[in-house]
Each structure stands twice: as C-alpha cells, then as structure tokens.
Design a protein around this ligand. Structure first.
Ligand code: ADP
Length: 237
C-alpha cells in the first residue's frame, strides 16, 4: 500500500482555490520533489499532508503506520527560528517529544538523538548554542530534529533556501544517503528543478492545477518538464 495517496484534491484558503486536480501517490523509499512557480501551492500541499489544513475537497490518505510512527517535517527557515535560544541537543531532542507527544525525555530518546546527531556529523557541537551555528549546521540540526520525530518519511519545504552552494550540495548529499541507504521516503518542495532531477525518483509539478506527476525521467522529456527546465527554450530540443 502507498504511504500517501491524494485523489482529486483541491486546496485553498477561505473560499479561494489555490490548486486543484492533485492526484499522486508516494511509496516507501520514493524521493518525490514538488516543483512549480511561486504561489502555486507547494507549501500548502505539504501543510495538507501534515494535516495542518484540510483540503477543500478530495481525499488525502496517509498509511496508518505512518500516522503512528510520525512524519518528520523540516519547515521553511525563518530568522526567528535561527535565533532559537537552546542547545543543539535540546533542539534535536524536541523532535522526540513531538513523536511521543509527551514533554519529557527517556534514555532511549537520548540515545536516538545521539545516533541521529552522529549520522549527520553534529554530535561534536551538541552542547553548543544553536544560534551560534552557521546556517548549514543549523539546517543539519533541524534535519536531525525531523529524523527524531520520524523514522519512515521526511517532508521538507525548500530546505536549501539561504544556504551557500557548497552547504547546499552537502545537504542534498545527506538526503540522498538517507533515501538510498536507509530507504527513508522523502517528499521535498524545491525551487531548484535541476537539482530535483538529480536526486528525485518522482516529480509532482503543480500550478493552478496539477501539471505533471510521474518519474523524474518521464518529467525530463515531458512538455511540462521541458517548459519549466528550459524556460524560453525549444520544447522539441
Ligand atoms: P508556494 O509554496 O508554491 O510558493 P504557497 O502554498 O505558499 O505557495 O501559497 C499558495 C497561495 O496561497 C499564495 O497565493 C499564498 O498567498 C496563499 N496562502 C498561503 N498561506 C495562506 C494562508 N494561511 N491564508 C491565506 N492564503 C494563504
């Protein structure tokens, strides 16, 4: 069974439709990139998958196992989050709280947090203040937090915004490893379609309606893909 299935989903706010005809599914181990112009509803779709907002109509089905084990979420970064007054370890461990829905930590949570911090190479800075870290390290900390919250799926909203090219590559490489080696399902909103094509197994392209859903290879040769990848280029190229 698919981990996520969307059928004829319409999304919007206060009577205004943002996007419609959303039909796709995500299976264990998929790496889905959601692409589209600014304002097309990519973040809104992530919020709907997290059940933070309800679709206007249509059906979003999330596998019960996934609901029980939790979904790791890495939101778009804001300046307020970057100034968070806590240690790295505290930020990472707050992910365990989200998963267990309780306000204290057990020994297994501490061990889980340490394992994840080691996996992402931030165990050496665990006692440092989060706000003193570089943007790239902060993003690793948030990724570690999301991994503490879930072991099966990660939802990420433009995770490389504001990072320099080297740190961006590093983050993409971590995500690729998590997907290929740990079979972690990844659903990521991306404004960088060329990067999306390097890593994703599947692409969902949305505008005011769904423009494409299929494999990355299919997208690359599709009309929607050609137009988006090479704006102003020759579609027949
Ligand atoms: P994207 O992530 O593709 O850039 P968003 O999902 O953020 O697009 O936004 C889609 C549209 O919904 C935009 O027009 C945006 O202004 C609007 N929107 C986003 N959040 C809200 C909200 N909480 N209330 C009303 N409108 C919103």
């Amino acid at each position: 069974m698919a981990q996520i299935t969307c059928e004829d989903v319409v999304l919007g706010y206060e009577g205004r439709t943002v996007t419609k005809n959303i039909n796709f599914s995500v299976n264990k181990g998929d790496y889905l990139c959601i692409v589209g112009e600014n304002g097309s509803g990519k973040s809104t779709l992530i919020k709907a998958l997290l059940r933070l907002i309800k679709p206007v109509s249509g059906k979003i089905e999330i596998d019960e196992m996934l609901v029980a084990s939790g979904m790791g979420y890495l939101p778009q970064q804001t300046d307020i989050q970057k100034d968070f007054p806590a240690t790295v370890r505290e930020v990472v461990m707050s992910g365990c709280c989200a998963k267990l829905r309780r306000p204290f930590f057990g020994r297994s949570d501490k061990e889980a947090a340490l394992t994840v911090m080691k996996r992402l190479g931030i165990d050496g800075v665990s006692k440092r203040s989060f706000r003193d870290l570089s943007g790239g390290q902060q993003q690793r900390v948030f990724l570690a937090r999301a991994l503490c919250a879930a072991s099966d799926i990660l939802l990420l909203d433009e995770p490389v915004t504001g990072l320099d090219p080297a740190v961006t590559e590093e983050l993409y490489s971590i995500l690729k490893k998590l997907n290929r080696e740990d079979n972690m399902t990844i659903v990521m909103v991306s404004h960088d379609v060329k990067a999306a094509l390097r890593f994703a197994t599947h692409i969902l392209h949305i505008g005011d309606t769904q423009l494409f859903f299929g494999t990355a290879a299919e997208y690359e040769v599709s009309e929607a893909g050609q137009r988006f990848i090479n704006p102003g280029g020759d579609c027949r190229a």
